[in-house]
Design a protein around this ligand. Structure first.
Ligand code: NAD
Ligand code: TYD
Length: 354
């Protein structure tokens, strides 16, 4: 390919949000070479990218962001102009069981990438950019009122959010100390297609479909602010290209839902789609022991992103949720491969024999 203008490294591109970012960039920017780097942990699934894997401007590299020699080798090979860093351990419940894995990937992995990018660019930062994708969970937990702004002090309360907060601090430290051209965003909860069914929305959809109990933590009163994943990918595109260096941008949908209300809404949508009687799926709701240290409420103020860069969410929640349910019902094979573990073999069959 000789029409390539930029070469971008996307880490974690086989995951939920990363696969949407890769798809958007590969299709929208045929003159960018997109290198998707992913360790293919349990959360990485190359079946998420079947529709772009044959494109000329897409390459997959199986690698671990904590592996310094390999990261250096890949920077030398591809001479990246930019990095969009999404690779992470992302599930709060898993972080409670194994905090060190979150420190390894989210903190050490991020610092390793920052080091390698800094060494490779070696002070020649013209046209270069390191974009770190983070979460609103670094801000801690809100009471009944108020929003997280970019000025809200960090107050992480789970091992996951503590590891993400730490990585955010390192990113800003590399900006101030070494002038690394960074930009960062903190987004609220995402939902949409290709979401691993350990997280609330895909787990509930899958359990409703299979008539299994719907485990609602505590009283279901915790509030999350939901954003359609393709809107997040669009925000990443806008911030990567137009965000100001050294700045952070909050991304969110102004769309708060109590967990229990959200589960009821999903049950109603699924009753209609599956031809069940109204109220049938809701009978599966089962209140279970609460998550330890369960943050009560997240709510993002995304005014800065809207005012400065003109981004706003494209979908109303009910519409997005319906699209999401439709996708899961149309793609039973995708979810069956995850529950059976078959998705793990996709890499060997598609890539190992080439
Ligand atoms: P995910 O768990 O679906 O995907 C993470 C990806 O990273 C997987 O493909 C996994 O294989 C890969 N990975 C993990 N460890 C790796 C390592 N050591 N080296 C290379 N690759 C590795 O996560 P997601 O929900 O897509 O989240 C992506 C990013 O966005 C994360 O940084 C997360 O903190 C952030 N974020 C997520 C949400 C959300 O609602 N899911 C909201 C805001 C921010
Ligand atoms: P989750 O999707 O794990 O995202 P996060 O914890 O990062 O916000 O959970 C969203 C909300 O749903 C959170 O308040 C925990 C709750 N929850 C349940 O009630 N039951 C479940 O089975 C899961 C996975 C989450």
């Amino acid at each position: 390919m000789n029409n390539i203008k930029k070469t971008l490294l996307v880490t974690g591109g086989a995951g939920f949000i990363g696969s949407h970012v890769v798809r958007l960039f590969v299709n929208k920017y045929p003159d960018y070479l997109i290198v998707n780097l992913d360790a293919l942990t349990y959360a990485g699934n190359l079946e998420n990218l079947k529709d772009v894997e044959a494109k000329e401007n897409y390459i997959f590299e199986k690698a671990d962001i904590t592996d310094e020699p390999r990261m250096q080798e890949l920077f030398d090979q591809y001479k990246f102009d930019g990095v969009i860093h999404l690779a992470a351990e992302s599930h709060v419940d898993r972080s409670i069981l194994d905090p060190l894995q979150f420190v390894r990937t989210n903190v050490l992995g991020t610092v390793n990438l920052l080091n390698v990018a800094r060494k490779f660019w070696n002070g020649n930062f013209e046209g270069k950019r390191f974009y770190h994708v983070s979460t609103d969970e670094v801000y801690g937990s809100l009471g009944e009122e108020g929003f997280f702004t970019e000025e809200t002090a960090y107050d992480p309360r789970s091992p996951y959010s503590a590891s993400k907060a730490s990585s955010d601090h390192f990113v800003m430290a590399y900006f101030h100390t070494y002038h690394l051209p960074v930009v960062m965003s903190n987004c609220s909860n995402n939902y949409g297609s290709h979401h691993f069914p350990e997280k609330l929305i895909p787990l509930m959809i899958n359990n409703i479909r299979n008539n299994k109990p719907l485990p609602v933590y505590g009283k279901g009163e915790n509030v999350r602010d939901w954003l359609y994943v393709e809107d997040h990918a669009r925000a990443i595109d806008v911030i990567f290209h137009n965000g100001r260096e050294g700045e952070k941008y909050n991304v969110g949908g102004f769309n708060e839902w109590k967990n229990i209300d959200l589960v009821h809404l999903l049950c109603r949508i699924m009753d209609t789609k599956l031809g069940r009687e109204e109220g049938e799926s809701a009978k599966l709701i089962s209140y279970v022991t609460d998550r330890p240290g369960h943050d009560l409420r997240y709510a993002i103020d995304a005014t800065k992103l809207n005012k400065e860069l003109g981004w706003s969410p494209s979908l109303q929640f009910e519409e997005g949720l319906e699209k999401t349910v439709d996708w899961y019902l149309r793609n039973e094979e995708w979810i069956n491969h995850i529950t059976s573990g078959n998705y793990k073999h996709y890499y060997e069959t598609q890539y190992d024999q080439r």
